[in-house]
Structure formats: structure tokens, C-alpha cells
Ligand binder design. Sequence first.
Ligand code: NAD
Length: 515
Amino acid sequence: MATVDTTTAHSTNGRGAGAEIAVENPATGEVIAHLPDMPAARIAELAIAGRAAQPAWEALGFEGRGAVLADFRGWLMDNADRVVSTIVSETGKTYEDANLIELVYTGGALRFWVKHAERFLAEETVRVRTLVVAGKKLVTRYEPLGLVGIIGPWNYPLVNSFGDAIPALMAGNCVILKPSEITPLTSLLIADGLAECGLPAGVLQVATGRGATGGALVDEVDMIMFTGSTATGKKVMARAAETLTPVSLELGGKDPLIVLADADLERAANAAVYYSMLNGGQTCVSVERVYVEAPVYDDFLARIMDKVCTIRQGASTGPATAEVGAMTTGAQLEIVERHVADAVSKGARVLTGGHRGAGTGRFYEPTVLVDVDHTMAAMTEETFGPTLPIMRVADAEEALRLANDSPYGLAASIYTGDRERGNRLARRLQAGAVCVNDALMNYMAVELPMGGWKASGMGSRHGAGGIRKYAKQQSLMISRLHLKREPFMFPYRASTSKALFGGLRLLFGRRRKRG
Ligand code: NAD
């Protein structure tokens, strides 16, 4: 575990001074740990250790690696209280947010990858359909990349850091995990737990540090899995281009929720409130903006207000002690304030909330904004806070046009009483993950690929692609030995050429009958 030293706090919340990072509890303002800000030379040492450990880890095979990670799943559940309190202490999120999304997701992901990694990375014989290679054996196979770098954000220090390490490890890679400087304690605790479960030294190492540490990691590894803001994602990709290191980028979003007139308004209102306020609104796939068809707008809004006004906000001290927790970073709190002020200056009304919470911790009140439009940052930029801007629209076509009017394309939701219509409209939404009569929880479906379109990312996590990205693909063509040479090799013979190519032209030229 990290050194806990509250006597030498220089500054707070991931900043610290020089080579040291101060970790703060955002719900109380208390500094809870100091950690090293690792320089590039230290990352190079970790890379050497990781590369040295990798062959033995790969040699354990899926069964051996799976045994360690399955054991760790047990550790995680046995130590759930410790893990949850660490997450709560460094993020300021509630007990339920830490349990449901962080712990339950990770338990499920461990189970999923341990069970399915081998199947997704199994060698496959490919059916030959290309005439000139007829008779040969075609095979695809995968092997680990070697050393994978994972850079994570602060909003889900377990899911979006270690969560992405699980398939990388199951594929036979070693991992260097660079958690956010704001929330590094969870990753350190996880590394301790893995060591207790027999994970060999060097297989998963935690690199604490700020952005420069992340940059140094990009230079050292065979692949980067990055989760964070779009602005940083671009820097990571540019740096990775220097070494042609592959990247997978999971970035920001501005996810819309559309409510059609035939929707179950109670279900839609519950979803809009919960999925915009969950984790204090600090979820990449949070509901960030809502479009409601005019005939049901007033009814929907009344339901929203009933629900938002009963939300309890505060420092979470155990089960059901608060519904909305703290803003994890001061910088994010300022963005939320700026978006609300900008919206109000352009004519929006705040129906509830709209201020910082009282007390020492960092809170922003659950906030409902109406009379909003796309001139306002609250409707176009990622807010990442407990705000719910709601816009009245004429019809589904206007809702779709506005939902797609965004540089982002992470997730989107549509509520309607007509599932088939919802299904059709969902396909017109420009987002990598779309829900009909649901939102956000599709993230928990590890079977289903999830990745952003447009400025929301590149590549995806979950499903077969979520582990194959951590592997090198090799294709094999194995020819039989009964021919001394292929018919089209030197020396050419006119008779063979004519027969072979004439025959092929006839075959390729055969036209399908129309009508
Ligand atoms: P961030 O981009 O500020 O930081 C993310 C990580 O990158 C941190 O570990 C940081 O230290 C590191 N970093 C900073 N500069 C770097 C550099 N130049 N090179 C390498 N690494 C560098 O993001 P954040 O504020 O921690 O997280 C919030 C953002 O993450 C939001 O935009 C949110 O939508 C996004 N996010 C996306 C997903 C997703 O799955 N799409 C999930 C969670 C969060």
C-alpha cells in the first residue's frame, strides 16, 4: 500500500510538488497519501523487469494465467470492503458507485476473460476460397504483444485501469499500469492483491506519476491502451506514432438520451436522472444531454424534478448514506461551473441545483437545466458532472439531428414504446454504443464490444476484439509437398499460360443472371 503521510502536503489532488504526488479525499479535503512521480528512467527500469517476466508468464498458458486471475477474483471479493473504501477515499464517490460499477464489473470481467480468453485467441483454420492457393492450408494464430502499457483516468480507478489489464494479462502480456495521478491508490492495492495470489513479480507493475510518466510509458511498450480525455488521447497517439506503437483509445463523450412521445415516461425519467447523476455524472457514458418530444416534455420534466429534488448528496460513509458523491477533481468542478454559467448567460434556466455544495469537500449540487440549446457548452462539450440539461424538440427527426450534432460519438440512448422503431432509429445515431429503453449499463456487458466513434476514440474494449488487440496476429499458409513447383512458376510455357489464365478469366468473367 502507499505511504500515508499527511504532514508534508504541498498541494492537493494529484498535484503535489516536484517528484511527489499528494492524493486527496475529495469528499473531505483530507490528504491521504503521497506517492512518487516516476521519471522516465524509472519507467525504463519497469519495462526491463516487465520484458524479463513476460516469457515465463506466457509459458504458463491460459490455464496457468487463468488460475492466478481466478484466485485474484476471490481475493477481490474477500477484500471488497478494503477495495471499496480505497476507491471511495480517493474519488469521493459513493459506496454504491464503488460497489456496483467498480467491484461488480471487475468481478464479472475476471470471470469472463478467464473463461473465454483461450477461445478468442484460438488458432483457426481458414477455408480456402481463392483459386490460385487452392489445396493449401491457411491458419490464423495469435501471440502476445509482449509489454502493454495501460494509462487510466481518475473517474473509475478500478474499471478503467485494472479492468483493461485483465484481457492483456490473459493474452500472455506483462502490463505496466499508469493510473491517474489523482487516484493511484486503488491500482497499488490491486497490485498487492495480485502478488498475494501468486502473480509473478514484473507481470503487473504500477507506475505512479503525472502526464510525463504516461508519455514515457508510451515510448517503452509494445501497445498502449489509453482511457482519458480526447485532448490527451491525441497527444498519446502522436507520441506513439514516433515508434509506430499501436494504440487503443477510449475517450470523452457527450452522450444524448432521446425521449419519444410514446415512451414509458417513468422509466425514461428514472434513467435520465440515474444515468446522469451516477458517479456524480463523472462517467464517460453518462447521460450528458436529453431531448424530449414536445407533447410529453412537461410531464417528463415534472417527473425529473420530483426525483432530482430527493437526491441526497454528501460524503459516503457506508451503504445508502449518499446518492451523489463528490466531484473528484477541482479542475472538473470548475468545468461544471463554467458550463452552467455559460448556459445561464445564454438564456437557460436552472430548475434546481446550480451551485457548489456546502462544506469542506468538493461537491456540485445535482442540477437540472432547461431552455438549453446548442449554442451552450452544456449541450456540446463534455461536462462530466451532476448536470441534466433537457431540451424540448419537435419530433424524433429533430432529436436525431441534434443528438448527432456533436464531435463525439461514444454512447446514446433512445426511449420509445415501440421497440422496432427504437431499433431503427438507434441505427441512425452516430455513436459506438446505443441503447433502446436503457442506458449506460451496456458497459457491464463484457461480451459486447464497446468503443467510441468520431472524437470518442479508436478501437474498442470487450468481446473478441477486446482481447485480440493485445495480440499479434500471424497468418500461416502451409503448402503440401507433392508438387515440385506451382503451375505458374518459371519457366513459363505458352500452353500452360494460355490454359491456366484463359480458364481463370472464364471463371471470373462468368456473370450472374439478373432478375
Ligand atoms: P486525462 O486525459 O486528463 O488523463 C488520463 C490519463 O492520461 C492520466 O493517467 C494522465 O496522467 C495521463 N496523461 C496526461 N497527459 C499525458 C500525456 N501527455 N501522455 C500520456 N499520458 C498522459 O483524463 P482524466 O481527466 O483523467 O479522465 C476523464 C476523461 O476520461 C473524460 O474525458 C472521460 O470521458 C474519459 N473517459 C473515457 C472512458 C471511455 O471508456 N471512453 C472511460 C473513462 C473516462
